[in-house]
Design a protein around this ligand. Structure first.
Ligand code: SOE
Length: 378
């Protein structure tokens, strides 16, 4: 028997769409104890919210998030708005006893993330942060192989997230479409927006990060602000590279930029262990590259494992072997795990508390880039 879960979604942008799709699909494919009911979509512009409600099947529309939290017909508040509003909404929702689902990065900085984690813990409400790439079946499989000890001791972790959409100086900052370029709304640039994904996956796969040494660059120093209409200084990092030590003694190398001409969303990761290595790439997301040194030396080489059989993570819920899935499915998987966890009374990771760790690494990166020194992840 599934129980209804009445959803209030705040934010009708790109992430609002990925989450709405997940609510609509999850019960078609996964046996989860809850059935999401799309009660309300909330966004600043009424006509946009109304069009969104019509397209996705939300029953009602609000333009002030406080109204969503006051409503007693809402069980789950889902936050898909710019980063600077996450904390206020999440803490108010927790106080009102609602479950809280929040887009990444959790907060603008560690202090704020800590407050948010404390709020959901004090209110004892289910909570999760949307670091969706953990739930790409190939990435989840990488976790399984690591946990089984197939790589042996890990020596290296390497990861990149490359884009190219801000190269033109004509791209503005601020506003609905380009708030990611405005430090007031986003907190940071590629560090919080893209490296946070790499860090979340890395810590999940390879354990905690001890210290970091980073460099950042802002290539275009001024951009027009959509809200003020004025040309203003750009205060986000356009590119960031950092190296780190993991607690397990392995070395990490990470890079992210929005200036890698030709790369639209190239997220890659690679681990090199004593016994084996593995590599994954978002542009070929249904494949895991795997090299096992124990293979017969005459045929030893990188294997390209196609993740589609039903014994692969999440794939039993989808089509028949050989037929693959895509980006949107990662959001369905994380929702399925969240609902399953709610049913069992077990938190699904990454919780707000888990995401504080990612935020800590991001803060250490920005501090290191500023000082030019190695910085401990406190
Ligand atoms: C930025 O362009 C962005 O949309 C991020 O905000 C997402 O988290 C990432 O998955 C894709 O790129």
């Amino acid at each position: 028997m599934t129980k209804p879960l009445r959803v209030g979604l705040i934010g009708y942008g790109f992430m609002g769409r990925t989450h709405s799709n997940a609510y609509s699909q999850v019960n078609h494919f996964f046996d989860v104890p809850y059935q999401p009911q799309l009660k309300v979509i909330c966004g600043l512009e009424k006509h946009v919210a109304e069009a969104f409600a019509k397209r996705w099947g939300y029953e009602s529309v609000e333009t002030d998030w406080r109204r969503v939290i006051e409503r007693d017909d809402i069980d789950l508040v889902d936050i898909c708005v710019p980063n600077n509003v996450h904390a206020e909404i999440a803490m108010a929702a927790a106080k009102a006893g609602k479950a809280v689902f929040c887009e990444k990065p959790l907060a603008l900085n560690t202090a704020q993330a800590e407050q948010m984690a404390a709020a959901v813990e004090e209110a004892k409400v289910p909570n999760m942060v949307s670091f969706n790439y953990r739930r790409v079946p190939a990435v989840t499989l990488a976790k399984k192989l690591l946990d089984e000890g197939r790589l042996g001791r890990v020596f290296h972790y390497r990861s990149q997230f490359l884009q190219d959409w801000t190269i033109s100086a004509d791209v503005p900052q601020g506003g609905m479409a380009t708030w990611r370029l405005d430090a007031k709304a986003a907190g940071s640039g590629v560090t919080g927006d893209l490296l946070a994904h790499c860090i979340d996956t890395a810590v999940w796969l390879n354990g905690g990060i001890r210290d970091v040494c980073a460099m950042t660059e802002t290539f275009i120093k001024e951009r027009k602000n959509v809200e003020t209409g004025k040309v203003e200084p750009v205060n986000i990092d356009d590119a960031c590279a950092f190296m780190c030590h993991f607690a397990n003694g392995s070395l990490g190398l990470f890079e992210s930029t929005r200036y890698a001409r030709g790369h639209k969303a190239l997220y890659t990761l690679e681990l090199n262990g004593q016994k084996a290595s593995l590599r994954w790439d978002l542009h070929d997301l249904h494949r895991l590259q795997y090299f096992d040194h124990a293979d017969d030396s005459l045929v030893r080489g990188w294997r390209s494992v196609h993740i589609s059989d039903s014994d692969m993570p999440y794939m039993g819920a989808w089509w028949v072997p050989g037929l693959q899935i895509g980006y949107e499915h990662t959001f369905i998987h994380q929702l399925a795990d969240f609902l399953d966890g709610m049913g069992k009374g077990q938190p699904a990771s990454p919780t707000f508390r888990d995401a504080v760790e990612t935020q800590r690494v991001c803060d250490a990166i920005l501090a290191s880039a500023k000082s030019g020194q190695w910085v401990d992840v406190a």
